[in-house]
Design a protein around this ligand. Structure first.
Ligand SMILES: NC(=O)c1ccc[n+]([C@@H]2O[C@H](COP(=O)([O-])OP(=O)(O)OC[C@H]3O[C@@H](n4cnc5c(N)ncnc54)[C@H](O)[C@@H]3O)[C@@H](O)[C@H]2O)c1
Length: 365
């Protein structure tokens, strides 16, 4: 198998997971990394045995086929466009963009240039969510009629070293955590058709708790509590709360309710977690063993899938149309709020193919 050479732009907090993750997959090799801050690029390059280069040098390197974009959300689309315009495929961290216009531009440029574009999250390729998909596809719980998706916390400002951006345009709980929940749901159920939602800003300012910005006031520009219902094309109605305004709760993360049983889905921000099924006749939930590999942190698997897909000429699973649809679902809560009614989604996507059973560790084809 020919190795696909990767470059990483953005060498901050999450980049270590990608450098480590790459070591588990035969098909990829990270050749070089870049960041506006050369010191962090140099530090990661030394730790993981790759080259630190400038962004321009990385984009000019003809050996690099796929660039992984690990910059901050506000510049995801801008950096992805830079990569595409340099003639390379790009896989971006989430969200795919901070508005639909810039995300659409990324899709259009990729199409025009015949290049691939993809986006995190790729947690739905992990053991937990692939096992859930197998259970649904094998019809253990029958047709899905309803479900819940709950992500409630009191926000990241108590611990995050630079929390201000979470409350500025492009931040908020929906764009930060929503991608995990919405991607998991579209992977499990297929595309959605409408959203009825309300989005509110419960506090005008938040207070930083980290030592770097202790007691600093953080103005809130975005909604911090979202509640609503997503209607899927297959008929399932999913009740959603995504919030940074809640100190404590006892709600599950995601559950799906079918005509013949129920499925409890693990935290979609992880690759593993407990998968549980209830069917009539059982006394309680039953834990189900994984059908697939990758229950440990395997961030980068989406870009690895893209590398395999290029070599075998098949669609990659974390693709741009999927990410765009997920972004439209997230944006639709505010659109529904503003129009005071049900918002019909304009985009759709293919449900990504499940990973086959019986793959060897490190191979996705
Ligand atoms: N930190 C996490 O736990 C985590 C988890 C999952 C996903 N993510 C996502 O990963 C992305 C990065 O998060 P992070 O926590 O690593 O952020 P970070 O702020 O630690 O790192 C981002 C890096 O990108 C660099 N950068 C910014 N603009 C750039 C540009 N135009 N060109 C080149 N480099 C640029 C910055 O200098 C910085 O080093 C975000 O989209 C975030 O949502 C983060």
């Amino acid at each position: 198998m020919e190795k696909v050479k990767l470059g990483i732009i953005g060498c901050g907090n999450i980049s270590g997971a990608y450098f480590k993750g790459a070591q588990a997959f035969e098909i990829v090799e990270i050749k070089s990394c870049a960041d506006l801050n050369m010191d962090v690029a140099q530090a990661q390059a030394e730790e993981y045995g790759v080259q630190a280069v400038t962004v321009d040098e990385l984009l000019a390197d003809s050996e690099i086929e796929i660039v992984i974009n690990l910059t901050i959300p506000a510049v995801h689309a801008k950096v992805s466009l830079q990569v595409l315009n340099a003639g390379k495929h790009v896989h971006s961290e989430k969200p795919f963009g901070i508005n639909l216009e810039e995300a659409a531009e990324v899709l259009a440029v990729a199409k025009e240039k015949g290049l691939r574009v993809g986006s995190a999250p790729d947690t739905f390729l992990g053991a937990g969510l692939q096992t859930c998909r197998k259970i649904l596809d094998d019809n253990w719980i029958g047709d899905c009629v309803a479900g819940t998706a709950f992500m409630l916390s009191n926000g990241p400002e108590s611990w995050h070293p630079n929390p201000a951006f979470f409350y500025k345009t492009g931040g908020g709980p929906m764009l930060d955590m929503g991608p995990y929940y919405m991607s998991a749901l579209v992977h499990l159920l297929g595309p959605a058709k409408s959203v009825t939602g309300i989005a509110v800003k419960s506090f005008d300012e938040r207070v930083a708790g980290c030592k770097e910005h202790f007691n600093e006031r953080l103005p809130v520009e975005v909604p911090t509590h979202y509640s609503g219902i997503i209607e899927f094309v297959n008929g399932a109605l999913i009740t959603v709360i995504i919030s940074f305004d809640v100190f404590k709760h006892s709600l599950p993360r995601i559950e799906l309710y079918g005509k013949e049983g129920s499925l409890a889905i693990p935290d979609p921000n992880t690759f593993g977690g407990d998968v549980k099924v209830f069917r009539p006749g059982n006394e309680d939930w039953e834990k189900v063993p994984y059908s697939h590999l990758y229950s440990e942190n395997s961030r980068i698997i989406g870009a690895v899938d893209m590398a395999h897909a290029i070599q075998t000429d098949r669609p990659h699973r974390c693709n741009g149309e999927f990410a765009y649809h997920v972004l439209e679902i997230m944006m639709a809560f505010e659109k529904s709020n503003d129009c005071g009614g049900k918002y019909q989604l304009e985009s759709t996507c293919e449900q990504p193919a499940p990973l086959p059973l019986g793959l060897l560790q490190g191979l996705l084809d």
